[in-house]
Design a protein around this ligand. Structure first.
Ligand code: CAA
Length: 387
């Protein structure tokens, strides 16, 4: 039986800041952000959006009422939780109008959360092939204004509908994973912004990639030539390029050029949104599917998931016959092009506003036309609206 990704939905805010402008405001060379980090635009998340609203928007784009009735499991991967106890999945189940005979919960291991959700979905669908699973990866990446991590912020949500008859990508059974206690990136209780050992985190990322990739090759007897594309968790898109370079440096030019070309397609959306944390790898998958001109059904894609702290996993999927229908159906680039640019000063203002966590709060959401918005906090309860 096949198990895999049937549909992918994506949502981010309607606002962004231009990375060249941000660089100049921070007395940096624009090319440091544009080329050195590989980032062009960064999503700016207003107070009217959070992980729940963006996740609902992403999911609503792909779910039919038949899908909703078949969902038996909702796994919400995030590291930007809005409550210490209640899971973001409960708000989502209600706002989307899912049937209530299901399991719904939140899961955390830094940027690995959605991949952990996929692992659970595999087990669940194996037992319940007639059901579907909704896996969410939704986050707002915050390091703080004028920090070295600032240029690698961003935010958004990915919704993956997993099924036993996947239209896009059938996951292959073998996977390679590696976990070790590392202090490369963390966010202690009470902190609204992440703490990070930036250069060390990049080193650990590459180390984990090497380990799980080699482990996977050993398990399967596959080699580089068996892959048509590699996609990566992309905290900033240069990070994935660095990882790709480690495996193509001594291969034939034709294979290396093809993999580099696919990588360019796979980083297009991420370079214009920024870090999504849990959703980044899957935004990159969406970007590959919608921007590559040379993918065909039957090809194998390698996926590297990394969550600081740290967990790495390398797994693979085979493109299904109907993946092109999906590719032609969604227009993320149009959506991204319609966003409004904000100045660096406005971005800083919005950023500071979004850190407020009060028991009572009224949010001015009128300029936000997203289908789901956060309107405020009343008696310490978040108030959501479907508009
Ligand atoms: N033109 C072109 N390139 C330039 C340039 C210019 N004018 N000026 C600088 N650069 C290049 C540098 O050479 C460097 O490239 P390499 O990494 O290939 O050497 C790149 O721009 C960045 O320069 P610096 O390393 O000097 O930048 P920095 O010290 O300001 O910080 C960072 C970069 C460490 C990534 C920082 O942004 C950070 O801490 N980010 C958050 C942590 C992170 O994203 N870690 C990734 C792995 S952890 C993970 O994946 C989990 C997660 O999601 C957080």
């Amino acid at each position: 039986m096949k198990i895999g990704i049937d549909k992918i939905g994506f949502a981010t805010s309607h606002l962004y800041v231009d990375m060249a402008e941000l660089a100049m405001a921070r007395n940096e060379e624009p090319n440091k952000y544009l080329i050195g980090l590989g980032q062009q635009k960064m999503a700016v998340i207003p107070p009217s959006q959070d992980i729940v609203t963006m996740a609902c928007t992403a999911a609503e784009k792909i779910l039919t009422s038949e899908d909703k009735n078949k969902i038996g499991l909702v796994v919400f991967g995030t590291e930007s939780g809005i409550d210490n106890s209640k899971s973001a999945a409960m708000y989502l189940v209600d706002l989307l109008g899912l049937q209530e005979n299901l399991r719904a919960f939140e899961i955390k291991q830094a940027c690995y959360g959605a991949t952990a959700g996929i692992a659970m979905a595999r087990g669940y669908l194996d037992l319940h092939p007639d059901k579907k699973v909704l896996v969410i990866g939704a986050d707002i990446a915050r390091y703080g204004l004028k920090t070295s991590g600032e240029a690698t912020q961003g935010g958004g949500a990915i919704a993956l509908l997993m099924s036993s008859d996947p239209a896009i990508l059938a996951l292959e059974p073998k996977t390679a994973y590696y976990a070790r206690n590392v202090m490369d990136f963390w966010r202690p209780l009470g902190h609204t912004e992440a703490l990070v050992e930036g250069k060390y985190s990049a080193k650990i990322y590459l180390d984990f990639f090497k380990r799980v990739y080699l482990n996977y090759l050993q398990q399967t007897n596959l080699s580089l030539g068996d892959f048509s594309a590699f996609i990566f968790h992309l905290p900033y898109t240069k990070m994935g390029l660095k990882a790709l370079r480690t495996i193509i440096s001594d291969t034939e030019p034709e294979i290396a050029d093809n993999l580099k070309e696919q990588f360019e397609a796979s980083r297009e959306y991420n370079r214009n949104v920024g870090n999504l944390y849990t959703g980044s790898l899957y935004l990159s998958l969406l970007s590959l599917l919608q921007n590559s001109s040379s993918l065909t059904a039957g090809q194998r894609i390698g996926l590297f998931s990394y969550g600081s702290g740290a967990q790495g996993e390398f797994f693979t999927g085979i493109l299904q016959d109907s993946f092109e229908d999906f590719v032609n159906n969604d227009h993320v680039s149009t959506m991204l092009a319609k966003r409004h640019q904000v100045s660096v000063t406005d971005y800083e203002h919005i950023y500071r506003q979004s850190l407020k966590n009060k028991d009572e709060l009224i949010i001015d959401y009128k300029s936000d036309r997203a289908p789901f918005v956060l309107t405020g906090i009343k008696n310490s309860q978040r108030q959501y609206l479907r508009q």
